[in-house]
Ligand binder design. Structure first.
Ligand code: DUC
Ligand code: ZN
Ligand code: ZN
Length: 472
């Protein structure tokens, strides 16, 4: 099976060039300029399928480095399975996810990873890899880290929040970082001061402040900036590379920026919700409506200007990646667990389907360039987590994960519109994008074309990752 994609603009972090792309079975085999007519004509006449991408962008499939399919949280589970979540991802032009296998205190890391393989194996529509959450750092889990690195799990997430559930104290973090420093893996950090937050939450509830907006008001930016600083200091002591997930407070990114400027191996990620949604406009909606937007780190105040600063930090590469932290919960029966108590609302927003579109709107609005869009949505996540050049680039030898994106198209996001995630609402209802995912190819198979789904469950394969390609 060969596919020739003709007449498009192939986009990479270096910019856009007019080029044709030839796919043979699962791989890209040639990228050539249209001026190369003899080769082009010969290939066009022999290709099984020819796709005309005139006036469209041809980009590497999206790599979402932060998803939580079926995450156990707050007495329930994230509502997308590997089947429904990866189907939605494919619709939106994401062809690789990196999900988080979960270990809780007292559980054996290897058993937890095996359980995650069991959930995903044979059930995904696109390729997938895993990070490992360590919810209990002890001698056994530290040893397991070395074992997992050899199995292609080369990054470990720790939590400075959620005491009693996922939380690690500073001593545990230090020990895990020492192990990472020795085996070359990456520490990913949920940087919020959970001990302080829990006091603020208890005080708010005691004062009768139970609405969803108090989720953000009890997690002030200082709790994120302080934890970010502490994580960086621990990484400095140990020499472990550090990747801070879901950054939302501009002050926290400022702390990260200083550390980067000193040459430390520290990186930051933000998510679409922090670029577009806010405490005032979403989380403070009347009644219990704001529960739809309860996630951690929380949505921040628009008035404080976090959104503009995050876009700026994306341009300057102080923030390297936009992932979704896709963690969907239905409103009925799941978000509703927190009726009358914001602290019991399961934390998370579903966005895996919309990341490419939402970030493309950033190109249209002048926040980022076309090249940067591809870099933060695909190329950098692939390099950061040891998947490059198999993923994240359109080049001979790479997997044929390709999206044909129409800048003249239009995408209306909403529960009854482009939504395929397993949720009973959309956190993005009414967002309209000046662009459209026309065609999605996953390892040489056309899975989405012209608003029709052509993929199937079981097509996706597990990706054994190498070490981060950003480390020196
Ligand atoms: N944040 C969320 O919003 N959901 C799951 C876990 C997390 O850290
Ligand atoms: Zn987190
Ligand atoms: Zn997360």
């Amino acid at each position: 099976m060969t596919i020739l994609i003709k007449n498009g603009q192939v986009v990479s972090p270096q910019g856009a060039i007019a080029a044709d792309v030839l796919v043979d079975r699962e791989k890209i085999v040639a990228v050539f300029t249209p001026g190369d007519t003899s080769l082009g004509k010969e290939l066009a006449s022999s290709a099984d399928t020819v796709i005309d991408a005139a006036r469209k962008y041809v980009i590497p499939g999206g790599v979402d480095a932060h998803t939580h399919m079926e995450l156990p949280f707050g007495g329930t589970y994230a509502s997308d399975t590997f089947d429904t979540g990866t189907l939605a991802a494919a619709w939106g032009g994401t062809t690789t996810i990196i999900d988080f296998a979960v270990q809780k205190t007292g559980e054996r890391v290897q058993d937890c990873l095996a359980a995650w393989h069991e959930k995903a194996n044979g059930n995904t529509h696109i390729d997938y890899a895993f990070h490992q959450i360590l919810g209990g750092v002890d001698d056994d889990s530290l040893k397991a880290m070395d074992e997992l690195v050899n199995e292609g799990i080369t990054s470990f997430k720790l939590f400075m929040a959620y005491p009693g559930v996922y939380y690690s104290d500073d001593g545990q973090i230090l020990r895990a970082m020492q192990a990472a420093s020795n085996n070359g893996s990456m520490i990913m950090m949920h940087a919020e001061n959970g001990i302080a937050i829990d006091v603020l939450v208890a005080q708010a509830l005691a004062e009768g402040k139970t609405d969803p907006k108090y989720h953000s008001l009890t997690r002030p930016w200082e709790t994120e900036a302080e934890a970010t600083n502490r994580a960086i200091m621990l990484s400095r002591i140990t020499g472990a590379p550090l990747y801070i997930v879901h950054m939302s407070a501009k002050q926290a990114v400022q702390v990260l920026q200083s550390a980067k400027n000193e040459g430390l191996n520290v990186f930051g990620e933000t998510c679409p919700q922090y670029l577009y949604l806010s405490l005032e406009e979403q989380l403070s909606q009347p009644g219990f409506e704001g529960a739809k937007w309860v996630c951690s780190t929380p949505l921040r105040s628009k008035e404080e200007g976090h959104q503009e600063e995050l876009w700026k930090y994306l341009r300057t590469n102080d923030l390297s990646i936009v992932s979704t932290d896709h963690c969907p919960f239905c409103f009925k029966e799941q978000k509703e667990l927190g009726l009358g108590n914001f602290a019991a609302i399961p934390n998370g927003i579903g966005s895996v389907e919309h990341r490419l579109d939402l970030l493309y709107q950033g190109v249209v609005n002048g926040h980022i360039s076309l090249a940067r869009w591809v870099e933060i949505c695909s190329t950098t996540p692939a390099r950061m987590f040891g998947l490059y050049p198999q993923k994240g680039v359109i080049a001979p030898g790479s997997d044929a994960d390709i999206v044909i994106y129409d800048p003249a198209g239009r995408t209306e996001i909403g529960f009854h519109k482009t939504h395929h995630m397993n949720m009973d609402h959309s956190a993005w209802e009414g967002f309209n994008i000046d662009g459209h995912v026309d065609t999605v190819i996953s390892r040489g198979k056309v899975v989405v074309d012209n608003n029709t789904y052509l993929g199937h469950k079981g097509h996706g394969k597990f990706l054994k990752r190498g070490l981060s390609q950003y480390l020196i």
